[in-house]
Design a protein around this ligand. Structure first.
Ligand code: BES
Ligand code: ZN
Length: 427
């Protein structure tokens, strides 16, 4: 699919007859396509730099729309390239070397993970996908796109009355807001873990289009929402700060996540890891979870495999997007270990995304596949977040816990005091 917003803006600036060069980043496997389009019209193209996966090209602005078409035809990518404001910005889109090597990925919270994971509810995920995909669209500049942010904030709010847990809307200057839920860390609060997905949807026609985006990415938001629900229902008290993020405006160039990541970088927030949930409910392949190798951290990906094998009970494989296909790339760009577990092989992906046909029906009207991703994300939050379960677990039969202990002591002391007073009075 084309990226209507960017293209429209670029065409509006095309009144000058002189060709204007812009810098684009594109999958290295599509360099031939870019050359083909340019040579067809005798336009200039120059390779600036490539890391083997991504290439930075100087490209004739007038050829961008034709390139969009060619990318769609030849690579089934939606746009498949990004236009940058400057050469420095374009260069920054090259992959960063694998990182995460310095993070301790020890697994030592098995009891906690095994308490929380069985409470993940497929029906709850299905309900959220159903509600989100019933909106006309969640386009970043539409009224319904804005309403989706409010709707999600309110749903997340309903999960807890804990005063330390905050849910905020992030204003990026357009209608849709990103939504961030924060569970503050107890002992290592300055170390942050991010689990995200994108709230927006898109189809040709922008604001006016029907874009249910049931898979892309209501499924990821619903998965994230179920992780929020179970973590809070079990009163999880992580050592590190956990942030669940529903990004605005991913479909128009990762805009919400890029602005959040840049802000964190500027404020020197220490993000230990980021997990992206983008498309989790369409089972297109023989194996369950596909780990994207590009724009991600090899060390954190290996940690995910241990979580899958140890806790999720799903099959997995390796694949690659071939370009900065989702918000994990925004974190990778600032050096945060990022991962993108995906629902199918790229070659067997859901071809209905970005159309009116991206509906729940395509996933058999159930959320069985997304449950595996919710299990993985919850295990990730617990094992990387560390910490404990609090005392206010919903439906918990746990006999006692540290947070209720002081009250028990006070009760015992008061009981003794009452007996002593009664005896004194009798004397
Ligand atoms: N969910 C897609 C990315 C995707 C699609 C990953 C198919 C794997 C298989 C995402 O929302 C998206 O559409 N991304 C854009 C790129 C973005 C930078 C605008 C795309 O793929 O064109
Ligand atoms: Zn998309």
């Amino acid at each position: 699919m084309r990226r209507p917003v960017l293209i429209a803006v670029l065409l509006a600036g095309c009144s000058s007859p002189a060709p204007r060069e812009v810098y684009i980043s594109i999958g290295a496997d599509a360099i031939g396509t870019a050359h083909g389009v340019a040579s067809l019209h005798g336009a200039r193209i120059q390779m600036v730099e490539t890391d083997g996966v991504v290439a930075v090209l100087a490209y004739d602005e007038a050829e961008l729309e034709a390139l969009s078409h060619a990318m769609h035809e030849q690579h089934a990518r939606c746009g498949g390239y990004m236009v940058h404001d400057s050469l420095a910005d374009a260069r920054a889109s090259l992959q960063r070397p694998a990182d995460g090597g310095e993070v301790d990925y020890t697994l030592d919270r098995a009891a906690m993970v095994r308490t929380v994971l069985p409470t993940i509810d497929g029906a709850a995920i299905l309900g959220t996908i159903s509600e989100l995909s019933a909106m006309k669209n969640r386009y970043y500049r539409s009224a319904t796109g804005a309403a989706a942010s409010i709707w999600l904030r309110d749903r997340w709010r309903s999960f807890t009355i804990r005063p330390d847990v905050t849910i905020e809307l992030v204003d990026h200057g357009y209608a849709q807001k990103s939504v961030i839920l924060t569970i503050p860390g107890t002992s290592r609060a300055d170390e942050v873990i991010v689990i995200g997905g994108h709230l927006d949807s898109i189809a040709v026609g922008g604001k006016a289009a029907n874009a249910p985006g049931a898979d892309d990415d209501a499924s990821g938001i619903a998965t994230l929402t179920e992780v929020a629900r179970v973590l809070l229902a079990h009163d999880v008290r992580p050592a590190r700060t956990i942030k669940l993020m529903a990004y605005a405006a991913e479909e128009v160039g990762l805009r919400g996540s890029l602005s959040i990541a840049r802000d964190y970088q500027k404020r020197k927030v220490k993000v230990v890891g980021a997990l992206q949930l983008d498309m989790t409910n369409y089972q297109g392949s023989d194996r369950d979870i596909w780990l994207m190798k590009d724009f991600t951290s090899a060390a954190q990906n290996r940690f995910l495999i241990r979580l899958i094998d140890g806790y999720v009970g799903a099959t997995w494989g390796w694949d690659a997007c071939g370009y900065a296909c989702s918000d994990h790339a925004s974190w990778n760009r600032i050096g945060v270990p990022a991962s993108m577990p995906f629902e199918s092989r790229m070659s067997q992906r859901n071809t209905k995304i970005h159309t009116r046909d991206d509906t729940l029906e395509l996933s058999g009207n159930n959320a069985a596949h997304a449950v595996k991703f919710a299990r993985l994300a919850a295990a990730y939050a617990i094992e990387l977040g560390k910490g404990d379960l609090g005392g206010a677990q919903v439906g918990s039969t746990a006999p006692s816990s540290s947070s209720s202990l002081p009250w028990k002591l006070i009760a015992v002391v008061m009981a003794f005091a009452a007996i002593w007073l009664a005896r004194r009075r009798r004397r």
